[in-house]
Design a protein around this ligand. Structure first.
Ligand code: GLN
Length: 200
């Protein structure tokens, strides 16, 4: 049976995520309305600006429905701003910023600092075999604190941010601070689709 994975299509790298999902054998479809949400097995929350996506989720009447699907156990993968949206707690958010939540972590927005808004590095991710993952960070958050149910899958390995947590899984939820959709390496999407299928 085909696994249908929605990509929240309010802002961000929607096409790139759809392409990566297709490349690993899932059916990737944009989600902009509840009828589209109802038709998916799982959801990718792309990067962008978490405060803007938060507002757009409300404007499109999707905030409540997505949150309900998450509470009902829908698998979700959040990259960068998507990671912020899935986090239960946010540091350095705006005063009115809300998250969908579900993941028992505290994230810090724009954590890597002004001088290094964007950078790239190689790191290993638990559950991804072979060569290290080339991780592209764009004004990225990191995970500052992880609750008992969440499992750290990857950390920055060198430089000024060495040791910072940048990939976490909790049950059907997967998040990364970085953007795998821009590198052509589909292994993070493959891991997620295998999670959706219950193979991981
Ligand atoms: N800085 C953005 C935020 O706070 C995230 C950046 C991204 O998704 N590339 O939402």
């Amino acid at each position: 049976m085909t696994t249908t994975v929605g990509v929240l299509a309010l802002q961000g790298d929607v096409r790139e995520h759809v392409a990566a999902l297709t490349a690993v054998g899932a059916r990737g479809v944009p989600v902009r309305r509840t009828s589209e949400l109802d038709a998916v097995d799982a959801l990718v929350l792309p990067g962008g600006e978490s405060t803007t996506i938060d507002k757009l989720l409300r404007a499109f009447d999707l905030f409540g429905p997505v949150q309900q699907r998450l509470r009902d156990g829908m698998p979700a993968y959040g990259s960068c701003a998507g990671m912020i949206l899935l986090a239960d707690r946010v540091l350095d958010g705006t005063a009115d910023q809300q998250t969908l939540g579900g993941l028992d972590v505290t994230v810090r927005r724009n954590a890597f600092g002004r001088q290094v808004d964007s950078f790239e590095t190689d790191l290993s991710i638990e559950g991804i075999e072979g060569e290290p993952v080339h991780a592209v960070f764009i004004r990225a958050p990191w995970v500052e604190q992880v609750g008992p149910a969440a499992r750290v899958l990857g950390r920055v390995e060198g430089g000024h941010a060495a040791g910072r947590i940048v990939a976490v899984r909790q049950g059907p939820l997967l998040v990364t601070s970085f953007h795998p959709e821009v590198t052509g390496d589909t292994r993070v999407h493959r891991l997620f689709v295998e999670m959706v299928r219950g193979d991981r």
